[in-house]
Design a binder for this molecule. Sequence first.
Ligand code: SF4
Ligand code: SF4
Length: 281
Amino acid sequence: MCEFCHKHGEGKKWYLEANNYSEDLLSDLRRREFIIDFFKKPESLGKSIRRLNDLDNAPGFVRRAIIRRVSNKMKKVHYGQVVPIEEIEHIFEFVTSVARFACVCRHVTLGSEQRYCFGVSMAPQGGELARIVREIDASYLTGPNTAGIEQFSKEDALSFMRENEQEGLCHTVWTFIAPFIGGICNCDKSDCLAMRSTVTHGLPVMFRAEYVAKTDPDLCNGCRLCMRVCQFGAIGYSAALEKSLIDPRRCFGCGICRSVCTRDAISLVERSDVPAAKSLW
Ligand code: SF4
Ligand code: SF4
C-alpha cells in the first residue's frame, strides 16, 4: 500500500473510500478557495512550465531540495495517482454523478479546449464542485466548442476512457486538498503538466498505481505494440527471445499496454507482491 492508503484509506486503497469524495469536504473554505483559484487562473500553470525548465538547469543540490519541497507540498494539496480502468469501474460503483470538463493542462500546453477530464461527485449533477466551477469565470470552459460541464452516464464515461486507452492515455485520480478527490483525468506526457513534471523532469506529483504489469512469455509474440504506448519507458524488447519484457521498477501500473495487446499477454498484479517494485511510488 502507498503512503496515501495509510494516510487517507486506513490501509485500504484510499481512492476507493467513498468518504474521500464526500460533499462535506467541500464545506472547508480553504479547499473551496483552492478549487476556485485552480479553475479561475489556469495561466498560473504556465508559470509552472517555466519553473520546470529552470529546474532542469539548477545545480544538483538545489534541484534535489526543490523537488523534495514541491513534491511534499503537492502531496498535501493537489496530487494524482495512476489507476487502471477496473479501479475506475469500482469508483463508479459508489459515486453518484460524472461530469466532463475541459482539461486545464491542455488549455495551457496546447492553447485549445480538449475535453479529457471528469469531475466525480457523491451528489447529482456534479454536486458542489460543479456548482463552484459554474459560478466562477472559468474562461477556458466557455471556448467556441464547449458544452460547459457535460453530464455523462457512467457507462459513457467508461467507454470514453476505454477509447482513451487505445490512444495511449493513462487514467489518474486527483485531489483538491487531500484527501478530497474531485477528478479523474486521462493523461499523456506531452500535454499533461503533472505527468510531464513527474516523468520528464523527475519532480513527482503523480504517483504510481497499486499495480505493476507483467507479460506472459508463452503468449507474447513480440509484436511490440505495447512498447509503442507505454509512456513511462517501462517496456523493453529482447531480440534474442523475440519477446517484450516489462521492467517493474519503471512500470506505473496504468494498464495501457494491456489494452492494446491482442494476445492477452499482459496482466496487472498487486505492486505489493513484486519485490522490485513494492516500495516504488
Ligand atoms: S503487445 Fe502483447 S504480444 Fe505484442 S509484444 Fe506486447 S506483450 Fe507481446
Ligand atoms: S508497462 Fe506499466 S507503465 Fe507501461 S503501459 Fe504497461 S502498465 Fe503502464
